[in-house]
Design a protein around this ligand. Structure first.
Ligand SMILES: Nc1nc2c(ncn2[C@@H]2O[C@H](COP(=O)(O)OP(=O)(O)OP(=O)(O)O)[C@@H](O)[C@H]2O)c(=O)[nH]1
Ligand SMILES: [Mg+2]
Length: 301
């Protein structure tokens, strides 16, 4: 499957809802309040979030007025422009130019961190890079085993310690190994943690400090993995992780299982963080680099 097919099938549920939107455009009457009320309701249903919906509606009224939109397809183009503007908050590609570079994967329990690491490792390997996975989730023995399976599948190396050991020590050792072996990218798995558990968040900032100390000047991508099905709650989590770990982007997973793809707009608007990848399934290839233009096109196709 190509990029667009993946995106389309991944967004199937979101798009079904958009059929209603299409109907709305077909009945479009220039600047009727009813049109904007209906549009507002649909965006809320798609989990765009109230604050962001308000902003979109304001911009949309203005855009339809300025562009003298008189037909549904003109109004649709206005909406596409407005959504595009909301999503443009930063570079969506990973910056991994140093050797080694680091990806630190954070997020609450079960959102898809380890799976995303496996998928990413596979993509980086396909680009010809040497990849090392760091089993920084020492909370459960099963976590390192799960990462080990992904290391094998993707042909990556792995550094792991015993269950219950200090995750910061795993980070330290994997950086040492990465330097010694000339690894291109070290991807660090972390245990899922609640954003409001302070001791766990402290542990995370310790890992972060070790990276900065051992690899000054290295490119570090700190990605927060967010489960699209959790909706607006995810935003509150992200704010905490942003403060603790200094996020550079978001990976939005499980987009295949939800009609709430609208969360992408809330993330961009409220956190000013780019979504860099979207997960659309459990398989190795079910991770798509996020591009706002393609995403919006896929939504409206
Ligand atoms: N449908 C779907 N399932 C996914 C996606 N990404 C991950 N999963 C599934 O979500 C479940 C949890 O994934 P993990 O990668 O173990 O999540 P985690 O964040 O590492 O979990 P903890 O380490 O326990 O915090 C698994 O069953 C994955 O297969 C996705 O994009 N779509
Ligand atoms: Mg995990």
């Amino acid at each position: 499957m190509g990029f667009f097919e993946k995106m389309f099938s991944g967004l199937n549920k979101t798009r079904v809802n958009l059929e209603e939107l299409e109907e709305l455009f077909q009945n479009y009457k220039p600047l009727s309040d009813e049109f904007f009320e209906d549009l507002e309701e649909m965006l809320v249903m798609a989990d765009v979030g109230i604050a962001t919906v308000d902003k979109i509606i304001d911009k949309m009224r203005y855009s339809c007025y300025i562009n003298k939109a008189k037909r549904g397809d003109e109004a649709r183009n206005c909406l596409i422009g407005v959504l595009q503007e909301i999503l443009d908050v930063g570079d969506t590609t990973l910056k991994l130019t140093t050797t080694p570079s680091v990806i630190l994967m954070v997020g609450v329990n079960g959102v898809g961190k380890t799976t995303t690491i496996g998928k990413l490792a596979n993509q980086l390997k396909a680009e010809g890079k040497r990849v090392l996975l760091a089993a920084g989730d020492t909370f459960r023995a099963a976590a390192a085993e799960q990462l080990g399976i992904w290391a094998e599948r993707s042909g990556s190396e792995i550094v792991r310690h015993e269950e219950g050991s200090d995750p910061a020590a795993v980070v330290f050792d994997s950086i040492a190994a990465g330097k010694a072996r000339n690894v291109d990218t070290i991807i660090i798995d972390t245990a899922g943690r609640l954003h409001n558990k302070q001791n766990l968040m402290n542990e995370l900032s310790k890992m972060r400090r070790i990276i900065d100390r051992e690899l000054p000047g290295a490119d570090v991508e700190t990605l927060m993995v967010l489960d699209a099905t959790t909706g607006q709650n995810g935003l509150i989590q992200a704010k905490q992780f942003l403060d603790t770990a200094g996020l550079t982007g978001i990976v939005l997973t499980k987009l295949d299982g939800t009609a709430k793809g609208g969360i992408v707009f809330a993330i961009a608007n409220e956190l000013k963080l780019p979504v860099k990848y979207v997960g659309v399934g459990e398989g190795m290839d079910d991770l798509i680099p996020f591009e706002s233009k393609n995403f919006i096109e896929a939504m409206f196709k």
